[in-house]
Design a protein around this ligand. Sequence first.
Ligand code: NAI
Length: 381
Amino acid sequence: MQIAVLKERRPYETRVAATPESIKKFIALGFKVVVEKGAGEGSHYTDEAYENAGAKMASTPQIALKGSKIVLKVQPPMTKKDGGEDEVKILPEGSFLFGVLQPYTKPELLDEYNKQNITAFALELLPRISRAQAMDVLSSQSNLAGYRAVIEAANAFEKAFPMMMTAAGTIAPARVLILGAGVAGLQAVATAKRLGAIVNVFDVRAAAKEQVESLGGTFVEVETQETGEASGGYAKEMSDDYKTRQASKIKEVLQKSDIAITTALIPGKPAPRLITADMVEVMKPGSVIVDLAVESGGNCEGSILGKIIVKEGVKIVGYANMPGRIPTDASAVYARNLLNLLTLCMDKETQSLKINWDDEIIKAIALTRDGKTLQPQTGAK
Ligand code: NAI
């Protein structure tokens, strides 16, 4: 059974869905692997390293896909509408596609998969259960995004992070406010602490308090009887009364902060607006905001996808695809997530795909099968 690994073509994407390490393991499991030339360029995996791992190289995506039953991607395939190569049209009829397929924002792609009888799996829909942890791309990528957000903040910030006591006097430590203490937020807390900052953290889920404190952060509390926890440990949208209290608390803490890193997301909804223009105004000139939610509409008013802007002396960093800014490691862990998922989907004895359609992991991520859409909540027909 042949696996194709394509070069990612969407803007800002530097990652790749398989690495020489994961390919070696796929081959040991009995797969053949074809990699499109240059697929690993953005994350520093050379064609030679893929060949040494046992992959065949293909000069075009069409050649890579010829005879392939499984297609590994990071981003959803491009369509004609996106410009450039129409990757959906060239996917082999009846193939199995794995990637972060974004069915909520790109539901039209599901119809395209169905037309070609493609079985598509959206990795970001994996349930947050212990058994799925080794396959969990949201966690593996958010963790690196949280780390990188602090590094980007430190780079944009024109002062030091740690407290320094020198003969020329003391340099005060940076004060960092992290909004959202999920996987990315908690890694941001750990990274900012390692750099020597004083870290305050806010999340609507009360369960986050203990995790934040265990990392040495201070949890900012908003007085409320409301719970911010929805099913699966995710956050829910809060009431207007809560939002007002939260806003005044965030503004108070922002006034004393040098850096804000925002990571708050609500699954299937636009990101909550946590920092408004009047809050940016109260920050000191030279402060930095890194908006990790910029691709979902942004937590900070005015953040622009792919840009750093300056408002009232405050830099607002809206880099797209933060995991893609640390692509070697992001690809390595993504590739291992995929390897673990495919291991679940195969029969070791016959060395072929064997998907258990009753498995809760498969049920959660399968978008299309036999020409039909399996997840009507995505809004696709
Ligand atoms: P996410 O990326 O969906 O959201 C990031 C954070 O933003 C969350 O902590 C959320 O509570 C917070 N947030 C949402 N709205 C907010 C608002 N208005 N103000 C402040 N914060 C707000 O979250 P992520 O990182 O995907 O984690 C979601 C849950 O899944 C967490 O409870 C996490 O511990 C859990 N998890 C469980 C795993 C498992 O295998 N058991 C693996 C990974 C995560």
